[in-house]
Design a binder for this molecule. Structure first.
Ligand code: TRP
Length: 454
């Protein structure tokens, strides 16, 4: 089975940083804070945490198991383990979700680039939220600059992916991830020490469960998948580059811990400031872009902080974007036998086009809607709330019911190198076979109204 010519991660630290780099991104620093704001705060966070621990960890094990067992892209992996089975749909969902996510992700990545440049201008920072809201909507609804920035962001991600695993993804992630942590921590400290931060802290930690609806549950589930990069073969693909000796349990636990830590830290950086400045928390996607410049306006060297923050947000976004692109590129190169460069160019063209539609849907195309959603909202909703949960469901069903139990144990224990206690293994299998599939199905059925829990 040895794949001597296949690229892979060079070191344990490299694997961890790359997987964590995939998980930590706009999902934590941009999407999590605004979803918390839209969905009533602490109760949403508690449900989110439950989903991460109970559902997402077993799904992450499952994706790693499939990827490392087969050392192949998603299509190749499913085909090796179960030739000609209908589970190949996991491959189709993966490529579709990757395109769908990148088509709005890259637009937001472009916003972060624009905000790095804006941060240099002294007029940009102001304590006036209405002014910041106008600046944001003025920029994001324009037809030219946001599209250019989206293509620039996508192009930079594509360049890193062309460079391959060891020299591209791993090298960049190693430098960028630790820097990210320090800067978000600094921001959180500043935010919680603002006058009037208390209300925001209460919003984050004091739950009001009467706010929970079927849509909230689905949003929390979708966000858990999104933030941990699950449900579309991203971890299958990265897992395929992981050395046979690595401990998959540890990598998964550390990734989930780092990702959740970053999300909570981002919540602490944003929410106390939102309340301190009297910004409505249910602001939607513009939330961080309006809130944080206000914090910077009140800091000495505010422009410097602002440049640093949006630069970090950009870094976090690009280490995730490359993992999304890699899913498509691995499929194109291994199944369709294209060169890496050709694969990246095709991916760039498809996502460049859809992303342009999604960027324009914040402006000139805002009245073009499908199922009542603009392109931007549609790409976001379809991927997080439909494709990822369905993909995750199929992955656990595949590992739980289709793979041989002995093979699953062999991967989890890294061929016997890692001692996995038999009761631990039984619990993991119980969750993978029954708990996770049933829970995901219930949340999905509940949200489309077929059953009524909330
Ligand atoms: N998890 C990343 C974030 O939080 C985004 C991401 C990267 C992703 N790869 C993924 C989301 C795979 C879903 C599936 O920003």
């Amino acid at each position: 089975m040895a794949n001597v010519n296949r690229d892979g991660f060079g070191s344990r630290f490299g694997v961890l940083v790359a997987v964590a780099g995939s998980a930590v991104g706009l999902g934590n620093l941009w999407r999590f804070p605004y979803l918390v704001g839209n969905n009533g705060g602490a109760a949403f966070i508690i449900i989110y945490l439950l989903f991460v621990i109970l559902l997402c960890l077993p799904i992450m094990f499952s994706e790693f198991i499939i990827g490392r067992r087969t050392q192949a892209n998603v299509f190749g992996a499913i085909n090796k383990l179960a030739p000609k089975s209908p589970f190949i749909i996991i491959g189709i969902i993966s490529v579709a979700a990757s395109i769908s996510i990148m088509s709005f992700y890259s637009v937001v990545g472009g916003w972060t680039l624009e905000y790095i440049f804006k941060s240099f201008s002294p007029q940009f920072l102001t304590a006036d939220s209405a002014n910041l809201a106008t600046q944001f909507s003025g920029f994001s609804s324009a037809s030219f600059m946001p599209v250019v920035m989206h293509l620039l962001f996508l192009g930079l991600s594509a360049l890193i992916v062309v460079a391959g695993i060891k020299n591209g993804i791993e090298k960049y992630s190693k430098i960028l991830m630790p820097a990210l942590f320090v800067l978000v921590l600094l921001l959180a400290v500043r935010s919680v020490t603002l006058d009037g931060a208390g209300a925001g802290i209460k919003f984050l930690f004091y739950p009001d469960f009467s706010k929970i609806t079927g849509e909230t549950l689905l949003a929390a589930l979708g966000q858990a998948f999104f933030s941990l990069s699950l449900g579309m073969g991203c971890i299958i693909t990265y897992g395929s580059y992981v050395n046979k000796k690595e401990n998959l349990f540890n990598i998964s636990l550390m990734t989930a811990a780092a990702d959740t830590g970053f999300a909570i830290l981002a919540g602490l950086a944003v929410m106390p400031a939102v309340f301190a400045f009297g910004i409505p928390p249910g602001q939607g996607p513009s939330l961080v872009f309006i809130t944080l410049p206000q914090i910077f306006a009140q800091l000495p060297f505010g422009n410097l902080f602002s440049v640093a923050f949006f630069f970090i947000l950009f870094i976090a976004a690009i280490t995730s974007a490359i993992s999304l692109l890699e899913v498509i590129v691995a499929y194109f190169t291994e199944e369709l036998k294209l060169s890496r460069k050709a694969a990246v160019i095709i991916a760039f063209t498809i996502i460049g086009t859809f992303g342009t539609l999604s960027s324009l849907s914040n402006g000139v195309l805002k009245d073009v809607t499908i199922f009542g959603k603009t392109f931007f909202d549609l790409f976001d909703y379809a991927s997080s709330n439909i494709l990822l949960p369905v993909g995750g469901l199929l992955v656990v069903l595949f590992v739980g019911w289709r793979m041989k139990r002995a093979d699953v144990l062999d991967e989890l224990s890294s061929g016997g190198a890692v001692a996995v206690k038999s009761f631990v293994f039984r619990w993991v299998m119980l969750i993978i076979k029954f708990v996770a599939p049933i829970a995901i199905t219930i949340v999905l059925l509940n949200s489309i109204g077929l059953i009524k829990l909330f």
